[in-house]
Design a protein around this ligand. Sequence first.
Ligand SMILES: [Zn+2]
Length: 370
Amino acid sequence: MKKSMIAILLIGAFALSMPFIFNKSVDVAEPHKLDIDGNFILNEWVPSRVGEGENWDYNLKAVQVSKRVWCFFGAMEMPTKENAGDMSNSCYIKGDTEWIAWDSGPSYVFAEQAYAQMKKIADMPVKNVIISHEHDDHWLGNNYYTEVHGAKIIGPESINENYFGPRHIEGQDYPGLQTRMIKALYQNATRQTVLALPTESFEDTTKFEISGVKIEYIKVGYVHSEEDWYLYLPDDKVILAADTVMNGRVTSNRDGLVVGQINALNSIKSKEWDYLVPGHGFVTDKTAADETVLYFELLRDRIIEKMDDGIIADFITKEVTLNEFRNMDLYYILSPANVFRSYEELEMFDEDDLIDYEALKEEAKCESRS
Ligand SMILES: [Zn+2]
């Protein structure tokens, strides 16, 4: 009796699962989400979230950092609907006749409101926007400057390689890549935001002068993303470090390299500066880079130590916890992932990958003397 009951149940269960086994008969609620082979498209287009009405008010206040530099400081959070992507720092440099923008923020609306604040300080246009790296909290304001000011976008080639703007192919219009910001934020924050990619990229570190401001655009390469650059203003003794430096919160090394980070921090150390603006965080004095330096040194040393003890990747986040940073923002979200990612990288670590910037500087001095 019992056996036949089980048999009936099994037959019933099989009948119920039929549509899943022969998936032709599964009803797909949204057939447009299947690709040509019938697979689900994971990276699909997401319609803008509600949040119609007036544009998001970012309530921006420009903070003067040095004689020529003002910055907008973002929240110490991940991008959310509530902060509308205002969670990174972006700056303006005052030229003789124009403003130079360093990173353009998370949206068109953000850039528009940032400029409105700067215009009160000096009524000058923005002709050049300089971008640090490809993460979208740093450059989605670009198209405000290209469309309204006719600005040029100087930025890493990696943005052109990894992103695309709206395209017109065979008579059809296609939208640009939907980045995490465009997917996550309300429409009244992302409205008018269109990906505007760099129009000018450099192979390597470049020195130029814009509107009377001497600028060094320094390539540090694979650091926090595939291609990172920072700005050095030698006359102002200011470094705009973007995400090679963060303070008050744990950094995100998900796309980065520990060895790259240490190289970038050594490059920054080799410059003479009084102020440094991090990509995230509020400290801009001589101590601005200290936390990041400590974080990556401890990360490297402790992982290498545990590796030498024979700890395998599965247990590394238990063994290396970086307790010194426990009270900082985003510690629990980001630090274990940083440890795991760094283990994978450091397994292949080679001392020769470290760049001795002090020695390079000495070499350059000797060469210019001879
Ligand atoms: Zn970033």
